[in-house]
Ligand binder design. Structure first.
Ligand code: UDP
Length: 323
């Protein structure tokens, strides 16, 4: 297949390109390089275009596209609270532009990056697809709006789609020259690794008064290559199944912020100094996935089911980042 990977210069998108290339697919990357990296585009040509400028998107469809993977998004929970309009504009209006362009070019398959943030504060220990969707930040709300749009587009235009709700993406394919590189970096694992290396502004733990086992937030960390693998499986799924589908992607194991810091200390062999800081706006206490549906329907089994090997791959990238 020829797959147009929108946002393929970014963290999850570049790993999806690697997985597509390994599986023998052809890749074209469409990216505005706002947060993505030119150096991460290694498995196909780059079309510099922006989903907020619809007139630029046709260039991505110059060759017949069989399916689109859509990773373009603003994705920081805290920033979405302080600048919601940017989030709705990019994540919702930008996606509408992309859908409209796909329709004009007769492309009817889409894998969409969604998020655990669509659920808001969990009302059960483990979150499956049926869990109520009640996002508590504009980031999650913007992704949930797109899920709804995809369901309507399936009914009206026959668009086939799979929304994959990532829990916490982590790790890297450092041996392939790609990994996580955000500026500023806001995510826990890279920030803990910076602190282990004696770099960065000092690690802060956002809140230790949550109703969790040690008071810090619990998250489900899933390796970015396992996420990429789910995208390949979603392509196969859409061949067989019309309609709009959603799957939760996580390992099903929750780790608190302090447990992640301890695991990073074990992996790196370095002390990780941190200070307790106020809660970050928009953070639910616990987000842990049930991925039973993805396992059953997509045949997806995460290869990295423990936190240490995930952190090891992130550490390999951190010590020798290619960009
Ligand atoms: N976190 C933290 N210090 C940091 C970065 C994150 O304490 O420097 C916490 C954050 O409040 C959340 C968890 O770590 O509870 C995971 O946050 P991250 O930004 O990595 O991912 P998110 O859950 O927002 O997608």
């Amino acid at each position: 297949m020829h797959v147009l990977v929108c946002g393929g210069a970014g963290y999850v998108g570049s790993h999806a390109c690697l997985a597509l290339a390994r599986a023998g697919h052809e890749v074209t990357v469409l990216d505005n390089l706002f947060a993505g990296h030119r150096e991460a585009v290694r498995w196909g040509p780059l079309v510099e275009a922006d989903i907020l400028r619809p007139e630029t998107l046709d260039a991505g469809f110059a060759r017949r596209v069989d399916a689109v993977m859509h990773f373009c998004a603003r994705s920081l929970v805290g920033e979405s609270v302080t600048d919601p309009v940017a989030y709705y504009q990019n994540n919702v209006a930008g996606t509408l532009n992309l859908l409209e362009t796909m329709r004009r070019h007769g492309v009817d398959r889409l894998v969409f990056s969604s998020t655990a943030a669509v659920f808001g504060n969990p009302v059960s220990d483990v979150i499956d697809e049926e869990h109520p969707k009640d996002p508590i930040n504009p980031y999650g709300a913007s992704k949930l709006m797109v899920e709804r749009i995809l369901a309507d587009a399936a009914a009206a235009y026959g668009l086939r789609s799979v929304a994959l709700r990532y829990f916490n993406a982590a790790g890297a394919a450092a041996d392939e020259g790609i990994g996580e590189s955000h500026e500023p970096e806001t995510h826990l694992i890279p920030n803990a690794l910076k602190a282990a290396a004696g770099a960065g502004a000092g690690l802060k733990v956002f809140g230790n008064d949550y109703p969790t086992r040690d008071g810090t937030c619990v998250r489900d960390y899933v390796h970015v290559l396992d996420l990429a693998d789910a995208h390949l499986r979603a392509l196969d799924w859409m061949d067989r199944e019309p309609g709009a589908h959603r799957f939760n992607l996580g390992n099903g194991n929750g780790f608190s912020v302090l447990e992640v810091i301890e695991a990073a200390r074990r992996v790196t062999g370095h002390d990780i100094p941190y200070e307790i800081a106020p809660r970050r706006a928009g953070d639910p206490p616990v987000l842990v996935a049930s991925s039973a549906l993805a396992r059953e329907k997509l045949g997806w089994t995460p290869k990295y089911d423990r936190i240490e090997p995930i952190i090891e791959t992130a550490w390999a990238w951190h010590r020798a980042p290619a960009f």
